[in-house]
Design a protein around this ligand. Sequence first.
Ligand code: SAM
Length: 461
Amino acid sequence: MRKNFRKNKKQEKEKDVIITIKRLGINGEGIGYYRKKIIFIPGALPNEVVVAKIVKEYPHYIQGELVRVKEKSPDRVDFPKDVDPEIGGLELAHLSYAKQLEFKKANVIEALRKFHPRNYDKYKVKNTIPAPDQWHYRAKASYQIERDHGKNKLGLYAPNSHRLIDLPVMPTQSEGTQKTERDIKHLIEKNHVFIADRRKHLDGIKTIVVRQSEATKEIQVTLITVGHKIKNLMNLAKEIMNLPNVVSVYQNETDWRNPQVWGNKTEKLLGKNQITEVILGKKFELSPRAFFQLNPVQTETLYSEALKFLDLTPDQTLIDAYSGVGTLGILAADQVKQVVGIETIPEAVEDAKHNVQINHIKNADYFQGSVEKVLPELQKGGLPIDALIVDPPRTGLAKSLIKTLLRVKPQTFVYISCNPSTLAQDLILLTESYDVRLIENVDMLPQTPRCECVVKLVLRK
Ligand SMILES: C[S@@+](CC[C@H](N)C(=O)[O-])C[C@H]1O[C@@H](n2cnc3c(N)ncnc32)[C@H](O)[C@@H]1O
């Protein structure tokens, strides 16, 4: 529930309006109509009648805020206790889990309807596979730190605001990562380590990233700093190493001009180079900057589905495009003749090469660079591209890559997407040569509107 939901009737203002909610939007917000304009009301559910405040009116829509629910949906569940109602990542926590799964499937269908790739209304979209753990599944926490009125705050910003929620109770975050963040805050204070301050141009710590392996419980800590030489940082790192399960502490350096969380320079301060995760019996060593799914338990289901969809044969060369630390290719290596992975982040490519070795795989190689550049080069060099799995970031595939794929026409093609909207747009082009055989949704992030789809594409004869 949002902050103003707690208001009582007397406090309702003239600007408050009564809205019947028709459906959920792609970000999980309730959608209704007010004076023929669409109104978005986060926290409201379909078929509810709600009192909402008009926050801002735009030319084509209105942003509303939930004041109270007049007629409640039977699908409404209690928002978790003691959790800041404005925290991000819990956009659907007031909706029953069964309905969250239905919403995620409907979200994919809605994106297909909106962009209507060829024959979209005939695609088979299977029911969303539920996550075994709907709480405490996030194995990585990335908390910002700032100094506010003489006190340190470490936590998450409320979405679209500058309000940092200090040590938030985050019910989807794993206990281990939350506790480590709390302990580090205490150690920063004990060691008098500076906190970065943009207004005062002060160097110091800006972000603390804690990642834990589900299989080995090992914890990797990265202190993202503005500036390099931070007084007492090494003392802090030594004390962090004594916290339960912590096996390494890294420093990543950024500056105020960089809008991203991570800077380009990463240096190990103490401990092991990587932490080890285990997925479907294979080991994966992870460097701080390498991508890894946030929900390691459900990752096994996602990858198993992707491998089923691939249905590989021993004579094939599999391209693992957007390969991260080499997960999908390594899991598929014993089913094919050869695996070739492509990934932009150099540390992730190093991890992938190392992971090939520790899993005793002889037929996989990983290349650093963008898929759109490296794939056509490899093809020109004579690499057969008969099987392909793509797992791009939310932005989807580059148009130039789609052009290459339509020319090369891999026989076996699976697309893993974390964004139905870019998936549907990419399918407009890909269905010039491919049919969509099956779409499966796997719920990786319960309580959020996010979903992960596996799509099987079949080359049209
Ligand atoms: C969604 S992750 C998938 C990683 C991996 N398949 C996995 O399951 O762990 C996307 C990966 O693509 C990488 N990436 C982003 N843009 C890329 C590009 N243009 N070419 C190659 N890799 C890219 C990112 O660094 C990230 O590791």
